[in-house]
Design a protein around this ligand. Structure first.
Ligand code: HPA
Ligand code: ZN
Length: 335
């Protein structure tokens, strides 16, 4: 089973690139940029990763991101994630980035974007890994700040097909960003949003009705509203679920309590993703391994989850079909 999980060609649809900053790279970049960190060692950083909820994680996540200063830093961060993708047979990835985390510190949007994007281009050359960028607005900041960020992104529109919504969910419902998302869709962006992670099912409805999202990020609290579940099943609106994240941020008490298998059995288009792999104890393969053993997933369940992620990807239909064919060839080779 472990080899099957590692080798099956995968897509990842929910990964924050700033959340892939491993403590080793955090220290290396701090040294390179003459920044002092409030930790004595890499082990001390890892020891600090004990979270009570989303906010307690976000506080450390934004602090860690402060070591990212130059285009090369963003390149190195992204390249390190893509090396993991290559090792774990991730064939396609859709990556969130949080420009406001950096522009608020005086780092130009272009520095962030160019560093990340160059690494994506190089990974496509080197490994054939395809990727898309998703610009996330920080929902704890104002709608005006989000709108200004959208305007900064317009010159790079051809390389950023989608916008999303992340950060502190409770108290910052999707409606707060309705006008920003109206403008984004008018400019041709697709939309996604984090909803139903800590927030209620109502936020998922808002994301669908007001932001017209193509996917819901997390969405595990949809089960609190049977009508919503029916709607998500009928339309096959994908949920990008992040099991290890949900346990680390106390959305579920343990991986055995996670509702992923239940969501799958309901016929929802659920996918498995890592969210912030450096902070939550693993990349996509470790997420699959954790849910497989805790929830007793079969080979067929794993196949369905992986297939869902290619189906839910924003790839053009010919490229999507090529990835699905690659998946079916893999299945034929192992059965
Ligand atoms: N939820 C909301 N915002 C985030 C997350 C998350 O899981 N990870 C990084 N930003
Ligand atoms: Zn997330």
């Amino acid at each position: 089973m472990d080899a099957f999980i590692r080798d099956i060609p995968k897509a990842e649809l929910h990964i924050h690139i700033e959340g892939s900053l491993e403590p080793e790279l955090m220290f290396a970049l701090a040294q390179r940029n003459n920044i002092s960190l409030p930790y004595s060692s890499v082990d001390a950083v890892r020891a600090a990763y004990q979270f009570e909820n989303l906010q307690s994680f976000l506080d450390l996540y934004y602090a860690g991101a402060a070591v990212l200063q130059t285009e090369q830093d963003f390149y190195d961060l992204t390249w390190a994630y893509l090396e993991r993708c290559a090792a774990q047979n991730v064939r396609h990835t859709e990556i969130f980035f949080d420009p406001q985390t950096h522009t608020e510190r005086g780092i130009p949007f272009e520095t962030v974007h160019t560093g990340i994007y160059r690494a994506l281009e190089d990974a496509k050359q080197q490994w054939g890994i395809t990727s898309y960028l998703i610009l996330c607005f920080l929902r704890h900041l104002s709608a005006e700040s989000a709108m200004a960020t959208l305007e900064q992104a317009l010159p790079f529109k051809s390389t950023i097909p989608t916008v999303g919504l992340d950060s502190s969910e409770l108290g910052h419902p999707p409606v707060k960003f309705q006008q920003v998302f109206d403008r984004a869709r008018a400019e041709g962006f697709l939309t996604v949003a984090h909803a139903g992670e800590e927030g209620p099912a109502e936020y998922i409805w808002e994301a669908i009705r007001l932001l017209e999202v193509s996917r819901i990020d997390h969405g595990v609290r949809c089960v609190e509203d049977p009508q919503l579940v029916d709607y998500l099943v009928q339309r096959q609106i994908p949920l990008t679920v992040c099991p290890l994240s949900n346990v680390r941020l106390c959305v579920f008490d343990s991986i055995q309590q996670h509702n992923l298998k239940h969501l799958l059995d309901l016929g929802l288009c659920v996918t498995v993703n890592s969210d912030d792999p450096a902070y939550f104890g693993g990349y996509i393969t470790e997420n699959f391994e954790a849910v497989q053993s805790a929830l007793h997933l079969s080979h067929q369940d794993i196949y369905q989850l992986v297939k869902n992620s290619f189906t839910a990807a924003f790839l053009p239909s010919d490229e999507k079909q090529a990835r699905l064919d690659e998946l079916d060839q893999f299945m034929a080779s192992v059965t």
